[in-house]
Every structure is written in C-alpha cells, then in structure tokens.
Design a protein around this ligand. Structure first.
Ligand code: SF4
Ligand code: SF4
Length: 140
C-alpha cells in the first residue's frame, strides 16, 4: 500500500471504491477480494462501519492515484469514473541485481465506464512512459 501525501484539494469524501472489493486485502482477518467487499463496508451506503477505528494497514495507508497524484485528471475520481488506479512496486532483475520498479495497476471498478474516461486514463498512463501497466477487467 502507498504512503504518499494526499493532495490538499482532493479527499475521499463520497467514495468507497477501494473498500468495495476491487482490490485484494485483509482487514482484521476478513478477506477482501474481487467481488467480495470489505466485511466492514455498510450495505446501506453509509460507508465504513469502523471508520474511526479502521486499521492502518490497509485502510489508512492506502492511497489511490487520484488522491495522491495531482497530474492524474481530477474528473477521474474513482466513484465518478469507475476506474481505480493504484501505484505499486515490484522488484525486477537489473544490472546490479534486483531493482525496484514502479508500475500502475488499473482496475475497472464499475460495469459501466465511459470511453472518454478510459481515453483520459490511457493518455495519462502514456505520459508515464517508463511504467508497466496492468489492466484488470470488471467483476462479473
Ligand atoms: S478509491 Fe481513492 S478516493 Fe476513493 S476512497 Fe479509496 S483512496 Fe479515497
Ligand atoms: S475497514 Fe472500512 S476503510 Fe477499511 S477497507 Fe473496510 S470499509 Fe474500507
């Protein structure tokens, strides 16, 4: 999970896309995975039932790209666009052993995403030329 700054002009208000089961995670022993929302996510749209006591990992540490990167289009907030982008890290073999590599994980977090939203995400990703892109399909 990322621990980068949050932009002062952007907030999670109104969005729970990272809790809805589009990401893999474990919250106090409750698994969250594709098609399986967080155990603590209220089913009546009230959001997180444990918000004040939510754990650091993954809840407080997680930042989607919309929240942490001011170059990412403002109109693509995950609850509005249905697209959830996360900056991840991995290690790849390099000239001097294993080297850290950043990449972007792209999840379609809605069954209906506008072509314009995809175009905006792809344009933005192209501007990050050296990253690997992983595109995930929507939940069935
Ligand atoms: S998906 Fe991003 S904006 Fe939405 S609640 Fe999670 S971190 Fe906040
Ligand atoms: S505990 Fe709350 S903030 Fe954490 S994933 Fe579950 S619903 Fe989201």
């Amino acid at each position: 999970m990322n621990k980068l700054r949050v932009l002062s002009n952007r907030s999670c208000d109104g969005c729970v896309k990272c809790c809805e089961g589009w990401l893999e995670g474990d919250v106090r022993g409750h698994k969250m995975s594709s098609g399986k929302p967080c155990f603590y996510l209220s089913s009546n749209s009230l959001g997180c039932a444990e918000y004040d006591d939510r754990p650091k990992d993954p809840c407080r540490d997680y930042r989607c790209v919309w929240l942490e990167d001011e170059t990412f289009p403002d109109e693509l907030k995950p609850n509005a666009s249905g697209i959830l982008v996360t900056k991840r890290q991995t290690f790849l073999p390099g000239d001097v052993g294993m080297q850290r590599a950043d990449y972007y994980e792209v999840k379609s977090a809605s069954s209906s995403i506008s072509p314009d939203a995809w175009d905006s995400v792809l344009s933005w990703l192209k501007s990050k030329q050296f990253h690997v892109v992983v595109v995930d399909s929507a939940q069935g």
